[in-house]
Ligand binder design. Structure first.
Ligand code: SAM
Length: 199
């Protein structure tokens, strides 16, 4: 998989990927809108070109409260993200997001474009560790293609005391979920394996 050209589908506003992006951006904006005054920490794992966060941040009134940390492996994508981020306070890391070492516990964590590219056991492991990753909310995505794992992913989050605050319609061919942690977060332990991409 060429993870730079993968983003080209975003250029067609009718593509599934573009419609998924709109849903993710809507949920990011809703999180910022509802956030209490003060800093808002954001972590995006496997951020790619970070079109989700950069589609919201530049015009959002809370943009100065949000120095997001974006972790992505492909330097071509982090170069594009760095260019897009000009003028915004961001931390862009070209590195492995499949391990907690490059993560920081954050109010909002984006796990977008990950759960369709890793084994089910890695999805489960990542969700098992989610109470270490976030103090508040995780926005995640997963295809609705069969086998539709979205209901299982919701159940895995909910086993860890996350409450479902939003889920895209099952009639869409993409899945976007928003889960909020209802218990105190756990300390983030470094060097824990989360996932490995299969392509
Ligand atoms: C499906 S794309 C999603 C990009 C972005 N999150 C989005 O939704 O538009 C997956 C991205 O994960 C990156 N990736 C794959 N394995 C990674 C890893 N171990 N650490 C960081 N990024 C990784 C790829 O280079 C690619 O940019």
């Amino acid at each position: 998989m060429d993870w730079q050209t993968w983003h080209d589908d975003y250029d067609d506003p009718t593509s599934t990927l573009s419609r998924r992006l709109k849903a993710v951006q809507g949920q990011i904006a809703a999180f910022f809108d509802a956030a209490p005054p003060g800093p808002i920490s954001v972590l995006s794992l496997c951020a790619g070109q970070a079109r989700d966060i950069f589609g919201v941040l530049p015009t959002h009134p809370r943009r100065h409260a949000v120095p997001p940390r974006l972790v992505a492996l492909d330097p071509r994508n982090t170069a594009i993200a760095t260019e897009t981020a000009r003028g915004l306070h961001t931390e862009i890391i070209t590195g492995d997001a499949g391990n907690t070492t490059n993560a920081t516990q954050s109010d909002l964590v984006l796990l977008c474009g990950i759960f369709g590219n890793i084994p089910d056991a890695d999805i489960k492991r990542t969700i098992d560790l989610a109470p270490q990753l976030t103090t508040n909310t995780i926005i995640w995505t997963r295809t609705r293609r069969r086998p539709d794992l979205v209901p299982t992913i919701c159940a895995w989050f909910e086993q860890h005391h996350f409450t479902r605050t939003w889920l895209s319609s099952p009639t869409e061919d993409f899945g976007v979920g928003v889960h909020r942690l209802t218990t105190p977060p756990q300390p983030l332990q470094p060097d824990q394996h989360l996932f490995t991409f299969t392509r």
